[in-house]
Design a protein around this ligand. Structure first.
Ligand code: NAI
Length: 347
């Protein structure tokens, strides 16, 4: 079942862990340790079944290999999944049990926050293992919640896309539709508003979206409409795999640039977006700000200024990908995948 799975990509290891005391059901997928320990956040989420959780773990961990390689980090790619359920609430005991599972990997997997996990959760996991990052840090130090750093990278990457596709420097008057206003999408919305973008926003947490709309003078839309709105940029910052044949056909923008992991539902969807003349910023390149920040924390490399400088490189990296896509006639995701696979020693 695993070796034949569509998303299995010669992953080095996939661990399934259960803790009877807390009901923890977790998966740790290690895609590649070619460049260093497999690093990638942990997601706490409700899955329809085990297969759906496995698919997420396989795809997300491969994405982390690509992301870490393209970000220039000495880290491989991995991902943790904790299956959310009523019978296994996210207690300290459950997080500690997950910490034990990470510790058992002996440093081959390093965790951090992803959807559903907080920096406080990381401190609980850290009671059992030191292979955890994204812990609360003192001001001025690298690390902490990766959301704001991810938002910074998405902001810069979106700026590169807007410059390339629309020939516009900066966001003044640029219309951006934001799907999801969580840790990343919320911080991104704030930055774009300050930069003069005209925002349309949506979140399944309607009260949250309305509060943002009022504060940032943005237009609020129901979630079902946000991906079809006429704008310059569509920015997916909710969950992955939102771009498929149907949603791509309904896009009404020039650029897709957002933080969500695994935005393309299938490998064909990058070509579909390109065929519509829409410029897609490959997800794992544009959303690397958070891992750059927590990697600096884990690796003991420098302060916040070092992290800011490393995140700033995302803008030029994406510009290079866009130029190469134009030159070669290949979709941007294919260009990025080829660059990333070369870096991790895979053809
Ligand atoms: P989060 O859990 O803080 O926020 C997600 C937001 O999306 C929530 O406000 C939620 O209500 C909303 N949402 C969920 N489904 C939605 C839908 N169908 N339509 C509209 N809104 C919806 O998560 P976070 O940390 O902001 O991450 C967002 C995305 O970015 C995820 O795909 C995550 O994997 C990815 N990402 C996050 C990083 C980070 O540093 N937090 C780093 C790289 C990627």
């Amino acid at each position: 079942m695993i070796f034949d799975a569509v998303d299995f990509d010669a992953h080095e290891a996939v661990h399934f862990a259960h803790d009877a005391g807390t009901g923890l059901n977790a998966i740790i997928a290690i895609h590649s340790t070619h460049l260093g320990p497999a690093a990638g956040g942990c997601r706490w989420w409700t899955y329809v079944d085990d297969a759906a959780a496995l698919t997420d773990a396989l795809r997300l961990s491969r994405g982390m290999s690509y992301k870490n390689a393209m970000a220039g980090l000495p880290l491989g790619g991995g991902k943790g999944i904790i299956m959310k359920s009523n019978s296994a609430p996210k207690t300290d005991a459950l997080l500690e049990a997950f910490g034990n599972v990470i510790e058992s990997q002996g440093g081959r997997y390093v965790t951090a926050e992803d959807v559903g996990m907080s920096d406080r959760d990381m401190t609980v996991i850290a009671r059992r293992t030191r292979h955890v990052t994204g812990l609360p840090v003192a001001g001025g130090a690298a690390g902490g919640n990766p959301g704001p750093s991810t938002a910074e990278g998405v902001f810069l990457g979106m700026r590169a896309a807007v410059a390339h596709k629309l020939g516009r420097a900066g966001f003044s008057g640029v219309r951006v539709a934001i799907q999801g206003l969580g840790s990343v999408g919320g911080a991104l919305a704030e930055k774009l508003a300050v930069a003069g973008a005209v925002l349309t926003i949506a979140d399944i947490d309607e009260a949250r979206a309305r509060a943002f709309a009022t504060r940032l003078d943005a237009k609020f839309l129901p979630v079902a409409e946000i991906a079809n709105v006429s704008a310059d940029v569509f920015s997916p910052n909710a969950l992955g795999a939102g771009l498929n044949a149907a949603t791509i056909a309904g896009l009404n923008v020039a650029v897709v640039a957002g933080a969500a992991n695994n935005q393309l539902a299938t490998p064909e969807d990058g070509a579909r977006i390109a065929a519509r003349g829409i410029l897609y910023a490959p997800d794992y390149v544009i959303n690397a700000g958070g891992i750059i920040n927590v990697a600096a924390e884990y690796l003991g490399q420098g302060d916040a200024a070092h992290v800011t400088a490393a995140i700033a490189k995302i803008e030029g990296r994406l510009a290079d990908i866009f130029v190469e896509a134009d030159r070669s006639g290949r979709p941007t995701d294919a260009v990025a995948d080829a660059m990333a696979r070369a870096l991790i020693g895979r053809s």
